[in-house]
Design a protein around this ligand. Sequence first.
Ligand SMILES: Cc1ncc(COP(=O)(O)O)c(C=O)c1O
Length: 453
Amino acid sequence: MKGMATIDRARLRSLMEREQQRFVHDRPKSRALFERAGKSLLGGVPMNWMMKWAGAFPPFVREAQGAHFFDVDGNRYIDFCLGDTGAMTGHSPFATVKAAEEQLKRGITLMLPSEDGVFVAEELQKRFALPFWQFALTATDANRFSIRLARQITGRSRILVFNWCYHGTVDESFITLKDGVAQARRGNVGPPVDPSITTRVVEFNDVPALEQALAAGDVACVLAEPVMTNVGIVHPEPGYHAALRELTRKYGTLLIIDETHTICAGPGGYTRAENLDPDFFVFGKAIGGGVPGAAYGFTQDVARGIQEHHSLEDCDTGGIGGTLAGNALSLAAMRATLEKVLTKAAFDQMIPLAVRWAEGVTKTIAEFGMSWNVTGLGCRAEYLFSATPAKNGTQAHDAMDFELERFMHLYAMNRGILLTPFHNMALMSPVTSKEDVDHHTRVFREGVRELAG
Ligand SMILES: Cc1ncc(COP(=O)(O)O)c(C=O)c1O
């Protein structure tokens, strides 16, 4: 049942109009910048997805620090979006900035290793229990490189993903199921080939469908978030990960666990929290405290498989690389972030705040009888417009309500709160405070009260 069953759409639209007027009124400088930007940036934004912010234009940022930022009009925001996890450390964490500043003066990119790379790999070994590591600049690339390596090792061409997953701009992953049939995902821009040629797609938590898709023995790897986080939060059912690991092994398929978002579960991500045993592990976004960087790790067996195919003459080509990947600045930032920012102590601080945020939202949902639910994972929490938590991507996707979501986002923005633009997610940084969370609780309640009428 959708939240919309209880929501008067005419009322929602008139509230939206009122909020839009307030948004524009309070942001003349952002508006002027947006108008200027329209003459040089397509759509007036540096990246197409920035058009999705709920306001008439995005607020232009003056500066960000910790869990807060100011726009150019001087409006202050509590940032629960945190760069969609890129700034999960809080903006410009002191230790990362210090290390990056020092490195900036000592050389930014060289195509040669530095000691920081060794330190980072050793730290990643300890955290995630995988022996070998390589670097990329984005989680997308770390996923792409892992997929290529999996293909090379297994000699198989296909991959498998879960319906309504997101792993960055990985061509093979833009596929969804419609009435059980795999097809290019809506909005897939210029797919190189029909993704059903490269990819099998099944629902998360559906073990028989997974087995059926792997049984032909032509799937190189499964690319999975251990908990889905990009269509609301969808948890695995008890035993699902054990089945996933067992079936991938049974059919000779490698398992890539993408923890770019689920690192929110703790310093060792969901993998360590739940003792998963992947063949590849991907960690991007927050690893450098906001400085671009990503890492992928793999087992001894995978390392052997890679080396069996290694050619000294050709190792600088072949689809894995990036001139700036593993640059000195990224590595210095990753080292400081892992050593001093994304520590166990930080997670001990962040996780209870997400619980507090979820409790506040849950209370309001109950008070106004909305058929919405709240889910959480570590320092991340999210509400979805369905009465019960989703068990797979389709259920989560069906519960989305674009109009209602935009209202909730705009209402929050007008009262100094930023949620992620794509769904209703809030992330806690090590410097987010209880007051920040409680402000959201009050604003959320007020918004729902107005909606309920
Ligand atoms: C789980 C997951 N993996 C990978 C990515 C890609 O990250 P990036 O856009 O930094 O390459 C994302 C982005 O949202 C993600 O959510």
